[in-house]
Design a protein around this ligand. Sequence first.
Ligand SMILES: [Cu+2]
Length: 285
Amino acid sequence: MLSGAAISFAHVVLPPGPAVAGSTYEAAFKVGHACKDARSTTGLTVRLPKGFVLQDVPARAGWKVDIDRGGASANGAVRWTADSPAQALAGDQKSEFVLRGTLPSAPGPLYFAVLQTCDVGSADWAQLPTGAAGEKLPFPAARLNVVAPGSAPVDASGVWVRAAVPGQSGTGGFMTLAAGVPLRLVGVATPAAGVAEVHEMKMEGDTMKMRAVPSLALPAGQAVELKPGGYHLMLMDLKQPIAAGGVIPLTLSFEDAKGAKSTLLVQAPVQAAPAGGAGAEGHKH
Ligand SMILES: [Cu+2]
């Protein structure tokens, strides 16, 4: 029997991190598991969303590719089929199915519905969020966040700032960052603090020390966690009470490989501890 966690692990997803509207995007659909009760994945059909213009599909050894470029009234699709059962993707193997295309010029979430066919049965990853609070879709479509040109191609999730008692000199800010292209987090600013820095925690001998770092690398398509005990944002010379229930604006600054700068404004809820209660150890200098 599969637990809920095991089922969610089997989702067909795109790597985390956004892409820029109008740009060429390499979509790498990650398949981590065969369909329920199946031994292998034998086919994958990606329905291209409206506004996404397919460029090409790299050849895949042992698999046949069928391309339907769509038309005025129908969206296109890309279908991979294993040449033989021996070429099928075993249930315990992970793989990526890659296609390239041009993204629509309008920002916003883009959903790719993906039909996974297996030696036994199929799974249609095609559900779209309805916006209901706490919603957990069993078969969500693969999602890509498309951002406007000029904005930072990075998603921030799970953002929070630790509550500070009156008189406390500093506190920490935490989040998960996922960049769509290689980026560096090079700074943070907030009206709530006179000084805001990117910090790392490091063992020096047998003591844990923290210090400012000039930047933090964010590899493309990878989630980087800023968390208690690890990398974090350090807010010092606090200008206002940082009390649980409040919200602190944080402006994050990024630089790409060519040195182009961008910023992202996030609203960080103030909490006494991380949601979920883990990592409750203190944050002291
Ligand atoms: Cu620190």
